[in-house]
Each structure stands twice: as C-alpha cells, then as structure tokens.
Write a protein that binds this ligand. Structure first.
Ligand code: LLP
Length: 421
C-alpha cells in the first residue's frame, strides 16, 4: 500500500496534488511519501517484534538525507556500501553504532573513515579484506566488530544481475569454508568476530530461497559456536521483493518474512539485523514526467517524455516493468490505446515500455512512474548532459525540494580545461 491515490480525478502524494509539485519544480522529478516510507519501515520492525533486532535500511535504494533522517527518527539503522554512503548517513544524523558496512571492495581509507567515526559492524566479504580491517583497527588502536558474509549457494530466483547468493557470484565466502575463515579471524587481534552475515539477492518474490539460506545460517551458527566462536548477531541481508504491478504479483509480506526468521533462527537467541532497501523505498516514490510529443510511427504511437533512461535506468538495465499512470485520472470507461513510451535520449534502449495501454494522452500531460522510489534517483546520471532531476519529499499537506535540479552552468563548470588547450 502507498499514499499515491487519485482524489477528485487527480493523482495526489499524500495530501498534495502531483500537478502542484510539477508546477512548482518543473518536470521530471522524483517525489517520495513520508507516510509510505514510515509504514514500510514499521512493517519490518513489527515483523521482528519479540526478537532483539535492528532494521538497517539499505540506503543504496534511495539515499537522500531527508529520507535517511525520516527513517532514522523512526529508529532505523543504515546499511552502507561505500565511504560516501557512510558519510552521508552520518551527515543525516545516524549514529555510528547503528551503521553496518557491507560490500566486497571496502578500501583501507573507507575502513579508516568508518572506524574513526564509529561503526556497528563490518560485514566482511573476503580474507584479504579481513586482514586490512585488522591492520587499520590496530593502527587506530580500536577493535573492529565484524561478521563474515557467507555465500550459501542458494538460487534466489531473481534477475541474474541482482542475484548474489550463488557460488559463482562475487559475494561472501563459500559457506563450506566458513569454519576455516572464522578460525583465521579469531587469530586477528584487531577484530571482534560477533556474527554471521548473508544476503542472497534482491527482488525475491518467494520465501523458499530465504528459508534455505537461513536454515544454513542456523546450522552454521551452531557449528561455529561449538568451535568456540561467540556468535551473537545474525545479519540476514535484504531482498524481499515488492509488487511492481498492481494487478497480479504479490510477493510475501514482511510479516510472513518475519515469521520465517523466527522459525529458522529464533531459537538461537541472536540479535537479528535485516537490510531491506527496495521494500521500504520502492513504492514510496514516483517519477513524474511530462509528455513532450505524441508521435505517430509505422503502426505504432510513441509517447515521448521529458524523462529518460538517465533518470530511471531500471527498464533499460533490467527490462524492469514500472506501472505508468496518467496524473489526471482517466474518465471511467475511457478507451485505452497502446503506446511505446520513450525518453529523448539518442538510443533505442531509452524505452520505458512497449505497446503499453494508456488512456489517450497529449503533449503537456503528466504521467507518473510507480514503484520508482528505490534504485531510481540513486542510479541516475547526467548522460546527454541532462541534469539530475529534483527530489521532493511530501509530508501530509506539505512538500519540500530535498535535492535541487542543478543548473547547466553548475554541470558545465565542473569540467576543467587543461592549460595546453
Ligand atoms: N544488503 C546488501 C548487502 C545488498 O547488496 C542489497 C542490495 C540490499 C541489502 C538491499 O536489497 P533490497 O532489499 O533492496 O532488495 N539496482 C537493482 C537492485 C540492486 C540491489 C543490490 N543490493 C535494481 O534496480 O533492481
């Protein structure tokens, strides 16, 4: 459920008409709903009720500081994957003890930044990384809390580009080698080995792969404890999928996911962490765009929008489906017609949807891409020297621009010309 609904024939974000935001900030833009972000966070938080837990929002999904602050004030921790994300979380007021650091390629500088600023734990992905964390910690005179990310060799049954838990993926250490790697970690004086981490992929629409992975983590916890390790925290990653179409797909609910965690791991008495990104932000955001032209082609009509693949890359990159709706609600019974919905970028990949049924639209009309809150603005680029589009946050009847559209001068003046030219 989200808070983007039609009222009296017009699409609203909470209590604000989308057309009012468009008039104020211009198109295209991203708009997020505070109530939806908080609702989704609370679903996870409630789902883990009864277990000692922390929901660490995977901020790679949408990392504007206003979003981070909204969630942090509700009690969320953060999962970061770069020094930049770490600093952004800190800037938004998240304390170090609520930040976990994931990712396969943490550099010594990034590790130093996090250890100096305070960190809940590093999720370590390899032995060379473990050595570097140990060395930096010793240099700073601190002890680094770590978990080791294990790769359980489970098929997450999701798009190949976002599956991470198969043995051929670059993530984690093979679960079969865990015993050896934990024994090695225990010899390093700069580390405190506190738990196990796992993350098998994103946009999972079934619980079965989670169940397989978490069962393996439960067995590993018992084995490692028997080997003398004080395993007390389990980080279970993110990955629960969202419905991208209103009509027919319904992934499991957070409450069912929470019950699975309780069933597979509850008996171990560990503190539980999860790292959801998409489910918190995805359906809490829209990308709003304007029709520039309606062009009649050979046997098909094109809706040419002012938004493009550089603003929302998911359809081009993952063949992802986003529902696209007219901001003015179509009159009941109006006949829909198929359009190819495209952006202005000079490549055919800049296509959002083919032969998508839409109500008749004309130049100047607004459309909204649903489920665009996660992996939308954060994956945007300035390809074709198109400015990054603004982000807007709505809270009840108020809205605020939380990232401005840069001017062309700002973009162009970032280049520097060498003196020999
Ligand atoms: N934890 C780790 C270690 C991750 O790598 C990810 C996502 C998450 C948590 C959050 O997963 P989520 O709950 O959002 O599924 N750009 C792609 C998605 C990439 C996901 C990468 N890792 C897309 O647009 O579909």
């Amino acid at each position: 459920m989200d808070h983007f609904l039609y009222r009296d024939g017009a699409l609203f974000a909470e209590d604000v008409p989308i057309s009012e935001i468009a008039a104020a900030v211009g198109t295209p833009f991203y708009v997020y709903s505070t109530a939806t972000l908080l609702r989704h966070f609370k679903l996870f938080d409630d789902a883990l009720n009864g277990m000692d837990h922390l929901v660490c929002y995977a901020m790679k999904a949408a990392s504007n500081q206003a979003i981070l602050k909204t969630l942090a004030q509700a009690g969320a921790g953060m999962d970061v994957v770069s020094g930049g994300e770490y600093l952004r979380a800190k800037a938004a007021g998240v304390p170090g003890e609520k930040i976990v650091f994931s990712g396969v390629g943490k550099t010594a500088d990034e590790i130093r930044t996090a250890l100096a600023g305070g960190i809940r734990q590093f999720n370590v992905e390899s032995e060379p990384e473990m050595e570097v964390i140990n060395a930096v910690a010793l240099d700073l005179g601190v002890i680094a809390p770590i978990t080791v990310r294990v790769n359980p060799d489970v098929d997450a049954k999701t798009h190949a580009k976002i599956a991470t838990g198969k043995s051929e993926n670059k993530f984690g250490i093979p679960i079969a080698r865990a015993s050896e790697v934990y024994a090695h970690a225990a010899t390093l004086p700069g580390l405190d080995v506190i738990g196990i981490d796992v993350h098998i992929g994103s946009q999972l629409t079934e619980l079965a792969p989670f169940e397989l992975a978490y069962t393996k983590v439960a067995e590993l916890t018992e084995q490692l404890r028997a080997e003398g390790h004080n395993i007390r925290r389990l980080d279970l990653g993110g990955g629960l999928g969202i419905p991208y179409t209103r009509a027919n797909d319904a992934p499991p609910l957070p409450v069912e996911y929470g019950a699975l965690i309780q069933k597979t791991l509850g008996h171990l008495g560990c503190e539980i962490e999860i790292e959801p990104g998409r489910l918190i932000a995805g359906n809490a955001g829209l990308m709003v765009s304007k029709v520039i032209y309606v062009k009649s082609g050979e046997g098909r009509d094109f809706l040419i929008l002012d938004g493009a693949m550089n603003d929302l890359i998911r359809p081009a990159m993952y063949e992802a489906h986003h529902d696209i709706v007219a901001v003015t609600e179509p009159a009941p019974g109006v006949e829909q017609r198929p359009y190819d919905i495209v952006g202005p970028v000079c490549e055919t990949g800049d296509t959002f949807a083919k032969q998508r049924n839409m109500p008749p639209l004309a130049a100047g009309d607004l459309v909204a891409f649903r489920s665009a809150g996660a992996y939308g603005a954060v994956m945007a680029s300035e390809y074709n020297t198109r400015p990054l589009i603004p982000e807007v946050l709505v809270h009840e009847d108020q809205f605020a621009v939380i990232r401005e559209r840069p001017s062309f001068d700002e973009i162009i003046n970032r280049d520097t010309i060498p003196e020999w030219l």
